[in-house]
Design a protein around this ligand. Structure first.
Ligand SMILES: [Zn+2]
Length: 92
């Protein structure tokens, strides 16, 4: 009923909160960042990424195996204020 916790269940939610995903190939251990915009174009912003549905539809770009082992969600987006800044700070 009154749950206030943020629920991130869909591809659209991930992007809205500045998250991205990784997939790890179970055959060759190739790890890739997934292109969130591509996934949304293909599956729709309301596609629920949880569970095995998404991973079974992915194919490794290196060895061609179908089915990634894991998908991990991570902050992916420089707009997030918690993300570390890369390199452009100068010291006086
Ligand atoms: Zn692979």
């Amino acid at each position: 009923m009154g749950q206030r916790s943020i629920s991130i269940r869909t591809l659209g939610d991930l992007v809205a909160y500045g998250y991205g995903m990784n997939a790890l190939c179970e055959r060759c251990r190739h790890r890739v960042d997934l292109d969130m915009q591509m996934l949304i174009r293909r599956f729709g912003a309301d596609f629920v990424y949880l569970g095995k549905t998404l991973v079974t539809r992915l194919r490794c770009t290196r060895c061609g195996a179908k089915g990634a082992e894991t998908i991990s969600v991570q902050i992916h987006n420089a707009q997030n204020p918690w993300a570390p800044q890369h390199g452009s700070q100068r010291r006086a």
